[in-house]
Ligand binder design. Sequence first.
Ligand SMILES: Cc1cc2nc3c(=O)[nH]c(=O)nc-3n(C[C@H](O)[C@H](O)[C@H](O)COP(=O)(O)OP(=O)(O)OC[C@H]3O[C@@H](n4cnc5c(N)ncnc54)[C@H](O)[C@@H]3O)c2cc1C
Ligand code: FES
Length: 341
Amino acid sequence: MSYKIALNFEDGITKFIDADESESIADAAYRQGINVPLDCTNGVCGTCKAFCQSGEFDAGSYIVDALSDAEAAAGYVLCCQAKAKSDMVIDILTSSGACKVKPRDTMAEIVKVEALSAHRIRLSIKPLEGALPMFLPGQYINVTAPNATAKRPYSFTSAPGADVATFLIRNVPGGKMSAYLAARAQTGDRLALNGPFGSFYLRAPRRPILFLAGGTGVGPILSMLEYLAARGADGQPVRLVYGVRDDADLVEVERIEALKARIPNFAYDTTCSGRGSRHPRTGHVTDHFSAGVLNNGNVDVYLCGPPEMVESGRQHVANFGLLPANIHFEKFAPPNEALAV
Ligand SMILES: Cc1cc2nc3c(=O)[nH]c(=O)nc-3n(C[C@H](O)[C@H](O)[C@H](O)COP(=O)(O)OP(=O)(O)OC[C@H]3O[C@@H](n4cnc5c(N)ncnc54)[C@H](O)[C@@H]3O)c2cc1C
Ligand code: FES
């Protein structure tokens, strides 16, 4: 049995697909040339989350990190898992343009690996030939280390189209990719890339923007800020609160300061939550903005960092009455052990 599904995109465009009851909504969309956001295809990452306005469906199987019970109860679905059981209307939480940014394989080589602190690594890479894949500011790419010893998603910190792409990577004790980058990686090493992916990307600035970054979660926000510096923010105020635990891990602040000079009406605060911090501002990112910054809900909030920081940030702004559609987030979740290389 086949059903009609209307896919509403954020830019107001609606596309119609047919979906068989035996295929996922994502499979049906790809079969008909619509590349809805997709990554793991396994109900693990949450990249394919969408909002079901109407219709019956079988939600499929997934983990709660990808789709929480509250989100499922509110009507959200994972397109890689859900199968239609009637005609449906689904809001895809991305623009139709983003669905044309196709993931592809690219070979790249390391230009530089820098230890910014004991727990922070800056990785710079360039393509072996041609150009790096085009991406939307905020998106990520899967990076495979030489000899396929580890494959992990990392968010670009550079602007789309830059000749050299940069990433800010947490050096996780005992981590496979961390061990490679911290101890063995050298200029000229070859890395296999696949991407870009993700629905955490900068939307057209139509209202004030609040960025909340925890740890290396500042990475994709740097890419968004680079983009705003190059293209402008349409006069909208832009605010960043960037928090880390240890003072030494408050990296890339000089870069943010330089971006401040290029983005009119951009302000930022940094905070350190670790005990014994000597930073002038302490506590979590949510301690450092007032209700006024949320502009009675007329604001786009972008949240990125460790899962628990993102979850508490979402709760915090939701308590001020913000709609889920105005809250964009990415959790830097560790890989599912069963699937990880
Ligand atoms: C969409 C997406 C984008 C991401 N972008 C970035 C990025 O730009 N920069 C970045 O640093 N990371 C990013 N991550 C996380 C990154 O992909 C890896 O999970 C992380 O770097 C650890 O990899 P590893 O191989 O060093 O450690 P692993 O070998 O995967 O893990 C070693 C051990 O540490 C635990 N662990 C791993 N990560 C964490 C964590 N964050 N908190 C607590 N325990 C952990 C694991 O469960 C495991 O027990 C992103 C994740 C996602 C899903
Ligand atoms: S692509 Fe659907 S949860 Fe990852």
